[in-house]
Design a binder for this molecule. Structure first.
Ligand SMILES: *Cc1c(COP(=O)(O)O)cnc(C)c1O
Length: 227
């Protein structure tokens, strides 16, 4: 699990095979490399093997790495729970925020996004299995917040993000992923322009892709076990 280029090749091959298995084009699914807890040097190496987009879940750790990697054109995604006192850092230093689940966060990110930058790409996080301990909107709360997001400057609503309940055999059930996809399709049918369905991790990316994921967030199977 330490050969980064081999791991990236293996993950890309898994994505390709999963797409072929359900009649989708491999270009429909983006790979987000989740680099949390791994060093800036590992990110630099992954980038040298052609990986452009990285996900982090704590602001301080991400900002430190961004400084160390300032010479590279990387795409940074914030994928953690967002605290409202961190929205300014996220608005100023990331390209995407994927864990948005409250009106207050949307309003702050919109207001705090520097006008000199393109709009911040947003995914609303859905708690699809309604797990009490988990962040995210309940399905019925998504559409009102999506409609609000469309009216705000400085942000660009791209889609939904979900981390469905883990199953005993590893990863989430395909039924949960399908429920997120149905929600996503419903919003699109009702005129909300979305292009990103962020779901699937190391253990369950194939199931997520079969259900319609357009972005898998993979950490362990690229970088190895987190230190
Ligand atoms: C850590 C993390 C991942 C990656 O998980 P792996 O199992 O290491 O692939 C994906 N999404 C989110 C939101 C995470 O926090």
């Amino acid at each position: 699990m330490n050969n980064l280029s081999e791991n990236l090749d293996t993950v890309s091959a898994r994505i390709k095979r999963a797409c072929e298995g359900c009649g989708r084009a491999p270009t429909e699914v983006r790979l987000l490399a989740v680099s949390k807890r791994h060093s800036a040097e590992r990110i630099r190496l992954a980038h040298s093997w052609g990986q452009p987009a990285f996900g982090e879940n704590t602001v301080q750790e991400a900002l430190t790495k961004q400084q160390q990697l300032a010479d590279l054109a990387l795409e940074w995604h914030f994928i953690g729970a967002i605290q409202s006192n961190k929205t300014r850092d996220i608005a100023e230093h990331f390209h995407w925020a994927q864990g948005v689940d409250r009106e207050k966060l949307l309003l702050r990110l919109s207001k705090q996004r520097p006008v000199t930058l393109p709009p911040l790409n947003i995914c609303l996080q859905v708690n699809i299995d309604a797990e009490p301990q988990k962040a995210g909107l309940l399905p019925e709360q998504v559409e009102p917040l999506a409609r609000l997001a469309l009216t705000l400057p400085g942000i660009h609503l791209r889609g939904l993000m979900a981390i469905p309940a883990n199953q005993a055999q590893g990863g989430a059930a395909e039924a949960s992923f399908r429920a997120v996809k149905e929600l996503y399709d419903g919003l699109r049918e009702r005129g909300i322009d979305l292009d990103t369905l962020s779901m699937g991790m190391s253990a369950d990316m194939e199931r997520a892709i079969a259900a319609g994921s357009t972005m898998v967030r993979v950490g362990t199977d690229i970088f190895g076990t987190r230190p």
